[in-house]
Design a protein around this ligand. Structure first.
Ligand SMILES: [Zn+2]
Length: 138
């Protein structure tokens, strides 16, 4: 038995591999437009801001804020801990740079809008899911 919750693994492509495997090096990576410095997520071949195609991969700080969340009480899949918090977090690098994720390492009831969180990674095979824990968590 694994203590990790079941997760549907994403299909890795050349466009998203940096994102799903950055956690192997402890990095939360996104595409970033070289000329205008816009962070891009989900991955796109074109910068949504300047429509440029000169994109590179950069690591973000991993620091974020909970924008909104919901507590899932429904045990859709076998999992050791219910309820759990499904959240949308916004990275500090840029307004609008958001991820759908889980807030972990604290009771789901303690999750609050506006709370500061930081990335942690949960490894499943060749994918490192970016999850977030309270930033003050030791
Ligand atoms: Zn751009």
């Amino acid at each position: 038995m694994s203590d990790k919750p079941f997760r549907v693994l994403p299909k890795l492509t050349d466009q998203n591999r940096h994102f799903w495997q950055g956690g192997q090096q402890g990095e939360l990576r996104f595409l970033r437009c070289r000329p205008c410095r816009t962070w891009i997520h989900p991955p796109s071949p074109v910068c949504p801001d300047c429509l440029g195609k000169d994109l590179g991969v950069e690591a973000a700080s991993g620091r974020a804020t909970v924008l909104t969340f919901t507590l899932n009480h429904q045990p859709w899949v076998p999992s050791p801990d219910h309820p759990y918090a499904i959240a949308i977090v916004e990275l500090e690098e840029q307004v609008g740079l958001r991820l759908m994720t889980n807030v972990v390492h604290c009771p789901a009831e303690d999750v609050r809008i506006g709370m500061s969180v930081r990335v942690v990674f949960e490894e499943h095979e060749d994918v490192w899911f970016p999850l977030f824990e309270p930033a003050e968590h030791a």
